[in-house]
Design a protein around this ligand. Structure first.
Ligand code: NAD
Ligand code: UGA
Length: 467
């Protein structure tokens, strides 16, 4: 007797829970999918009749939500009700780096995940399959299982690991066309039946050859490993970028040359001002912490370097701006073009822009920020969160504007920090004419046409390339 899932609940309506469940609901119209969150505001935004007000911007997301919402996709704050009704419950809550106690600054904070497990155990009145969608340290399923069993009152719970590999900015296409779907479960028959139930959901739109089933620990650890490898590629090419700036080699040419080796491959070799996003740093720190807790010092040190290199890259970029501007940016207007951690998202978590801005503010620069998708409150909240200076001072020194040309007008320097496509299409002649001279242009993403902007008269600098 195979379990057929009729009701899904997802706890956490964030960047992962929202789009993932929207796609499941779109592809499985016969399954009722309820996404719950403790944040009333977030749920209200998911329910907004104006689809431009969804809490997350992702290309194609509006259309998927429009199709499924109200049909078999629901967003609400009734966590307990959704748990009671569901046969399968995804946990998609945040797992930030711990900010207190043992493992502070390194380990994943699992308090939200544990709360979910306890809540599921407390309100469940029937058997449930609990799916870890959040990124979790290896062996977390064991803890979840223990909590569920201890509080279960004789109910049967299965715990699966089903990590999410979507990248922001391409979430919907990644969900529709994943490289693979990974499902880990226990080897007992109950565990395998739960695995099959989840496989059947994905198989509605994903080729079965791409649905991988493994033991639960491999599944958990594969997610941390994938992010560590991806981030390592960025740090590796960024390390070479510093060498290029000294030697006269060109990092984009190198990326092309090595990427054509099929063993290396061309993707994820774009040198930049540094990787950002909510997960790379958090997940590597977590991996490092786990390795250290098993006494694997060399393993921990090895992966930690990926983060050090990234910090170096952000700092190097900011230092270079100050150096080139005659060693002082005090009182100088600098335009920060792009605040999101990558293009096509409004997410700014751990964005390199935050750290570059903070560095320049310490040097008393006056920053004008433009990003096509990020709101002013977000920019200020990101800076306030660092606690480097008072909130009033951040508002005094930083202006956030809706017009890119206003951000750059009269500036001593322009720094491109996100690779938004629209930046390439700007009238750079007009920008140049309106700037203070010499007009400095720092391309932290290597997206501008070097020869063109240099011909306009800019003092131009890009990553991994000597002007
Ligand atoms: P997020 O912060 O956008 O969303 C998490 C949501 O969970 C929040 O809205 C929060 O209010 C809610 N929440 C927390 N505790 C709750 C509770 N007890 N009950 C109900 N709701 C609760 O986070 P995210 O970016 O969606 O990430 C979620 C997980 O997925 C993390 O573990 C992350 O590492 C992983 N992940 C993220 C991405 C990504 O691109 N952002 C990709 C793959 C995996
Ligand atoms: C990343 C992974 O790509 C996803 O597979 C994973 O699911 C996700 O983390 C997660 O676990 O949260 P994401 O952070 O959304 O996705 O975006 P990426 O495209 O990986 O970019 C991360 C950062 O690296 C960005 O700041 C990006 O600009 C930077 N990057 C990426 C580079 O600087 N160079 C590159 O070549 C690629």
């Amino acid at each position: 007797t195979e379990t057929r899932i009729k009701h899904i609940a997802c706890i956490g309506a964030g960047y992962v829970g929202g789009p993932t469940m929207a796609v499941i609901a779109q592809k499985c119209p016969d399954i009722k999918v309820t996404v719950v969150d403790i944040s009333r505001e977030r749920i209200a935004e998911w329910n907004d009749s104006n689809l431009d007000n969804l809490p997350i911007y992702e290309p194609g997301l509006k259309e998927v939500v429009a199709e499924a919402r109200g049909r078999n996709l629901f967003f609400c704050t009734d966590v307990e009700g959704a748990i009671r009704e569901a046969d399968m419950i995804f946990i998609s809550v945040n797992t930030p780096t711990k900010t207190y106690g043992v493992g502070k600054g390194m380990a994943a904070d699992l308090k939200y995940v544990e709360l979910c497990a306890r809540q599921i155990a407390n309100v469940a009145t029937g058997n449930k399959i609990v799916v870890e969608k959040s990124t979790l340290p290896v062996r977390t399923a064991q803890s979840i299982r223990t909590i569920l069993d201890a509080e279960s009152n004789g109910l049967q719970f299965q715990v699966l690991s089903n990590p999410e590999f979507l990248a922001e900015g391409t979430a919907v296409s990644d969900l529709l066309n994943p490289d693979r779907v990974l499902i880990g479960g226990s080897e007992e028959e109950g565990g395998q039946a739960a695995v099959r139930a989840l496989v059947e959901i994905y198989a509605r739109w994903v080729d079965r050859s791409k649905i991988l089933t493994t033991n639960i620990w491999s599944s958990e650890l594969s997610k941390l490993t994938a992010n560590a490898f991806l981030a390592q590629r960025v740090s590796s090419i960024n390390a070479i970028s510093a060498l290029c700036e000294k030697s006269g080699a060109d990092v984009d040419e190198i990326a092309r040359a090595i990427g054509m080796d099929s063993r290396i491959g061309p993707k994820f070799l774009k040198a930049s001002v540094g990787f950002g996003g909510s997960c790379f740093q958090k997940d590597i720190l977590n991996l490092v912490y786990i390795a250290r807790s098993y006494g694997l010092t060399e393993v921990a040190d090895y992966w930690e370097q990926v983060i050090s290199m990234n910090d170096y890259q952000k700092r190097r970029f900011a230092e270079n701006i100050v150096n080139r501007l005659f060693n002082t940016v005090s009182g100088k207007k600098i335009a920060i073009m792009g605040w999101a951690f990558k293009k096509d998202t409004n997410d700014t978590r751990e964005s390199a822009a935050i750290y570059v801005a903070d560095y320049l503010l310490n040097e008393q620069a006056e920053l004008w920020v433009y990003d096509p998708k990020v709101k002013a409150e977000r920019v200020y909240a990101d800076l306030d969160y660092l606690n480097t200076r008072g909130e009033d001072e951040n508002r005094k020194l930083v202006k956030v504007v809706r017009d890119p040309y206003e951000a750059m007008q009269g500036a001593h320097a322009v720094a491109v920090l996100t690779e938004w496509d629209e930046f390439k299409a700007y009238d750079w002649q007009r920008v140049y004419d309106d700037m203070k001279k010499p007009a400095f242009l720092f391309d932290g993403r290597n997206i501008l046409d070097r020869n063109k902007v240099k011909a306009l008269g800019f003092e131009f600098e890009a990553i991994g390339y000597r002007s």
